[in-house]
Design a binder for this molecule. Sequence first.
Ligand code: ADP
Ligand code: GLC
Length: 502
Amino acid sequence: MALKILIAASEAVPFAKEGGLADVVGALPRVLAKMGHDVRVVMPRYYKVNREKLALTLLPGVLTVPMGIIGNQYCGVYEGRMPDSDVPIYFLDHEEYYGRSGLYEVDNQGYLDNDNRFAFLSKGTLELCKMINFRPDVIHAHDWHTAAIPVLMNTSYRHDPFVGEAASLLTVHNMQHQGSFYEGLMDVLDIGWEHFTFLGLEKENQTNLLKGGMYHATLLNTVSEGYAREMQTKEFGWGLEWVVRERGADLYGILNGVDDHEWNPETDPLIAARYSAVDLSGKALCKQDLQRNCGLPELPDVPLIGMVSRLVKQKGIDVLAEAIYRILDLDLQFVLLGAGEPWTHFYFGDIKAAYPRKFGVHIGYNNTLAHKIEAGSDFFLMPSAFEPCGLNQMYSMRYGTLPIVRATGGLDDSVENFDEANLAGTGFKFNELTASALFDTVGWAVYTWYNRRDAMERLIKNAMEKRFTWEEAAAKYEKLYYLAVEKRMGEKRSRGRSTEPR
Ligand code: ADP
Ligand code: GLC
C-alpha cells in the first residue's frame, strides 16, 4: 500500500543547510517517492530561500495558525519541488519569524524567539494539511524544531479530521539540542498545563520540546544503531537517557545514506576532475587544485588531511586544538573548513600564521570547498566526542579519502578499522577522546601513507566500494512507517474499547 507521508523539518538541501539534517531531508523524500509513496515536505521560507530563482508558486489563500496566547498568526505558503523529482515542498512564509539571515542564530547567539518560530513551524505543518487537502498516514518530524508535532497530534489535534489519526515518527539527529525554553511556551502550544510534568514536557522547569516529542511520537528513531544504544546512557543522553530507555521498545537506528546526486566523484561538477575507483588520476588533480585553493605548496608526495566541520565540542575541536601542533610537526598538510565557537576562529587563524606552508584554513560555510576537500584530501579527520551518524566519513569513503575517526555512534558503525594483517578496512579509528590518541592515529595513517603503498591502495579500493545508499535507508524508513501506522491504529482500537475518560 502506498503511503501518504508528510516530512517536516527546519532545513533541507538545496534550500537551506546548517548541517547533516539538511542532507537527510534533501535526499530521503525523493527516494520514498520513487518507491511509490505520496511524499510532501514542509519547512520555513527563510530569506535565503529565493522565491524567484526557485520559481516558487504562492498557494491561494492564507494559512491561519493558532498560536495560543499569542493569538492567530497568518502566513503565505509557497510551493516548489524537491530537485530532480515531483515531490512538492511547502515553505511557510512568515516574515517576522523567518525573514532573517540565519536559520537559528546570528553571531553565535540563538534567536530569542526560537520557541515561537518552531512552535509555529510545528503547528503550521498540521494546519497546512487542511489547506492542501492532504490526509497523511504518517507525519515524520526531525529533531526538536518539529518535535512538537507528535505532541500536538496526541493532544489539541487528536480529533482533527486531517491529522488526528495519522501516525508520527520522530527522528532524533542529536540529543544535545533539545529545544528547551521558558515554561510559558506551554501557553503558546496551548495543550494544557497538565502536560508540563516530569513524565511530559517539563525538564528542569523548562518546556523541553524534544522530550515531549520523544514521549508522544508513535515511533522513534535515530541515525545509526550505535547511537541508538549510546543515547540510552548517561554519557550520551544529555539528561534524557531515561526517557529514551522508557521508549526503548519503539526506538530504531537507521544509518543515513549518501546522496549520489550530490556526492559522487564520477559526476561532481564542483571538483577539478572527475574520477572513479578504476582510474584515480583525477584525484591527483583534485589534490593539486585543493592545495592551490588553500595557498599550500602543490606537493603530490605529501599526505593531505582534510576536515569539514561545525567547529564545536561535539566534533572534538577542543581535542584537535590540543593535538594540532604535534600533528603539524609531521610531514603532512592539513586543510580545515568550518565555523562555530568564536575562539576556534582565532585559534586556527593563528595556526595558519605559524604553519603557512602546511596548514590551510577557511572559516565559514562553503559547499564548493567542502566538495574539493572531500576529493583532494588523502585522509579526512573526524575526532567527534559523539556522532549520531556523521555524513562526511561516508562521503570521504566514496571519494577514496580515508576517514580517521573516533569510534563513536555512526562513525564506529560505518568505518572499518585498518586490519594490517589482512589488508582489510576502510579507515583508521581510535577510542579515547584524547589528544594523544588522536595524534597516534594520525601518525599511524601517515606512516601507512609513506611506507605501505600496497595497503593504502587496498584501503582506498575498499572504501570506494562501500555503498551507503538512500535506497537501503529509505526501505528501512518505509518499514517503520508501516509499523507506526499499525501501532497508531491499534492505539485507536484500544481507546475505542476503553471506558476511561480521555
Ligand atoms: P552535523 O550535522 O552534526 O554538522 P554531519 O556530518 O551529519 O554533521 O553533516 C555535516 C554536513 O554539513 C556535511 O554535508 C558537511 O559537508 C557540511 N558542512 C559542515 N560544515 C560546513 C562548512 N563550513 N562548509 C560547507 N559544508 C559544511
Ligand atoms: C546531526 C548529527 C550528525 C548526523 C546528522 C544527520 O546533525 O550531529 O551526526 O549525521 O544529524 O542525521
